[in-house]
Design a binder for this molecule. Sequence first.
Ligand code: B12
Ligand code: SF4
Length: 458
Amino acid sequence: MRLYLINPSNPLVSIVNVKESRWNHYRVWKPLSLMVLAGLTPPEWEITILDENLGVPDYQAMPQPDLVGITAFTSQANRAYEVATYFRNMSVPVVMGGIHATMCQDEVAEYADSIVTREAESIWPQVLEDARRGSLKHRYDGGLAEIKSVPLARHDLLDTRYAFGAIQTTRGCPLNCSFCSVTAFNGARYRQRPIADVVREFKLIREKRVLVVDDNLIGTRPEHIARAKDMFRAMAQANLRKEWVAQATINFADDEELLALAAKAGCRGVFIGFESLSVEGLKEVGKKFNLLKGRDFRTSVRRIQKHNILVVGSFIIGLDIDEAGIGKRIADVARQYGLDNLNVLFLTPLPGTRLWDQMKSEDRIALDTFPEDWKYYTLTFPVAHYKHLSLDTIIEEMTLCDRNFYSMPHILRRAFGSLWHRRQPLISLVGNLSYRSNLRLNGKAYADFKHYSAKRHN
Ligand code: B12
Ligand code: SF4
């Protein structure tokens, strides 16, 4: 039995457009969902993982599979439907799963023979068995997985053109920020994989560099932090020789021992969601967690960096409190905090989030012809109506912010700073130049987007 597992591309996502810029090789990430599904698949299935982000395969020239499984974030839905339609026209059954299939079940059900909602661990072997017998059901729900049942992902199945391997050590997040799908999808309970599994899986990864995909690597409570420390100790002891980057909340900075252990285990960079410059903004998105302990963000960032860990900060533009001037203010503050890299995104109502419900009820979702418009739900296009920022203004604010933070003098200053502090100057420089090289592409993408929006609203 031949199984194709497909990660569809989104041509609008410039950061994954490898041909546009060679830097982008460092920003194409492995589709871990499919590697985990492969890990759950019995040996009688011959599995091929096809990641369209590395180039769209010539499906016609390939042997016909017995079953196709497609994953999709919302931004990949359009292409996912094209691929699904292609295979269904050839009478190959198609199963879709992942976040979009969970949040937009009725829509996805129109394009697939079967959909699998939420986490797949408990249900995928059953789906395969039904497919083998030719009796696929239209819908399956995997619920939330028993974390011990998460298999070792099949790291051997993808080719070596990626700069980073990928692994997941925890699932779920209790914070439930208004714009984020994680709590709705993976639940509020923070579930941690057995440390021995994590170490074993790290050993299976061929790449020297690894993306730890957890939404919050360390968690929020003392027992979560204690487990993170144990995991870092075990990783260091296993002498994995990996360098990895992860996402965490700002409390990562609060514990020197945690930072030292993370660095020893190979942590080289951390992605932190600051989201807003102001208390009102943090309250608006429901991330009051960032306000605890009367935090001084600059000190927190420095404390992390002292351990030779780069800090990438993320902010949102388009909150109800944001007014003209927000772009420049974010760039200024990001520099004051001393961030190594800045990632600013447009406030985007993703289906299944609290923000979606709110904006929908206020009739503020501007691009709402679905499924066509999903391709713009990449957080890099302003798809909503923003309270104080028109379409032109919000794009201008984003452009000003990026041009300011990624101006050549500022990039060089950061590069010298990290050289002086011996904090991975090369990685820092490459990261900054990679963002900068996308600014030109963004300009063109915004112009096309405005044109598209105008056509939509006429
Ligand atoms: C790693 C990651 C990325 C990587 C992607 C790597 C890759 N190629 O997959 C990168 C950095 C590139 C990325 C980019 C983006 N991401 Co992202 N990302 C994540 C993150 C943190 C982890 C995903 C992951 O690997 N999980 C581990 C695997 C094992 O879990 P899983 O994917 O859920 O898969 C399980 C089930 O869903 C199911 N399943 C999944 N697919 C399938 C398919 C079949 C057939 C079946 C049966 C089951 C099944 O089985 C798996 C095992 O249980 C999630 C957050 C999260 N917790 O999901 C956000 C998340 C998926 N990203 C999100 C977003 C918004 C984006 C971006 C649009 C914007 C951005 N800048 O972040 C871009 C889009 C890129 C694009 N191509 O269009 C949102 C998506 C919301 C939505 N409705 O789509 C999430 C949920 C975060 C959030 N804050 O809400 N992301
Ligand atoms: S943004 Fe981060 S902290 Fe907030 S709910 Fe999502 S994963 Fe949790």
